[in-house]
Design a protein around this ligand. Structure first.
Ligand code: SF4
Length: 215
């Protein structure tokens, strides 16, 4: 970590609760992304959830509202979860990066730009803290950035999706999740030329997670 990008560790509070994390993350200067964002967006949901869903970063709407997955992609995800019998209220949902990275505008909307590997690494202590707090049994990785944050740069969501995997030993956590499942980010459904089949693919992957939770 450089001096300009020291990483988030020094801002993570000792006592972990949804409230303490939400408050502390607003002070984070672990990388440069806080500068152009409205606010940080910490994960949300059931802190005792069996399932953690992990995305990339807040979007335009999440940045304004301060809540994760409240925009169009979140709606797609909620629908897909409902279809496989997972209540959105029973999961904990978060992103690997807590501030919105964007570049330029289209109308009133700011255009999403994926975070760099260095920014994902800088933000990692927040994800580690959330994993320590929630201690999920399973983690669903939504898209390539989330997958690379957990498995490293070689991760490709197209190759890995829909398969139950082990939590990697390279990512140390106090109580590692028993399984991990990768799928596409719900925003990929919205961008797809064939939304129906992209959505069906997301549902099929989430169904594997739902079945695993039921065992
Ligand atoms: S993106 Fe993460 S590390 Fe960077 S300032 Fe925001 S919370 Fe801190």
């Amino acid at each position: 970590m450089s001096e300009q990008r020291p990483g988030a560790a020094r801002w993570v509070p000792e006592t972990l609760s949804r409230r303490s994390l939400r408050e502390a993350v607003q002070e984070c200067r672990g990388c440069e992304l806080y500068r152009d964002a409205t606010q940080a967006v910490m994960g949300d949901g059931d802190r005792d959830a069996e399932l953690m869903l992990l995305g990339e970063q807040p979007g335009d709407r999440e940045d304004r509202e301060g809540e994760p997955f409240v925009g169009p992609a979140g709606k797609v995800l909620d629908e897909a979860l409902a279809e496989v019998g997972i209540s959105p209220g029973d999961v904990y949902i978060t992103n690997v990066v807590k501030h919105f990275r964007w570049s330029g505008t289209r109308g009133k909307q700011r255009i999403h730009q994926s975070p760099t590997r260095a920014q994902v690494a800088a933000c990692g202590p927040w994800l580690e803290a959330e994993l320590r707090m929630v201690r999920p049994t399973g983690v669903v990785l939504l898209g390539g950035t989330a997958g690379q944050a957990v498995y490293g740069a070689g991760f490709r969501v197209g190759e890995a999706r829909g398969r139950l995997e082990e939590w990697p030993s390279s990512f140390a956590v106090e109580r590692p999740p028993a399984w991990v499942l990768a799928t596409t980010h719900p925003s990929a459904v919205l961008r797809s030329d064939d939304r129906r089949s992209a959505y069906d693919g997301l549902v099929a992957d989430l169904r594997i997670a739902a079945e695993q939770l039921a065992t």
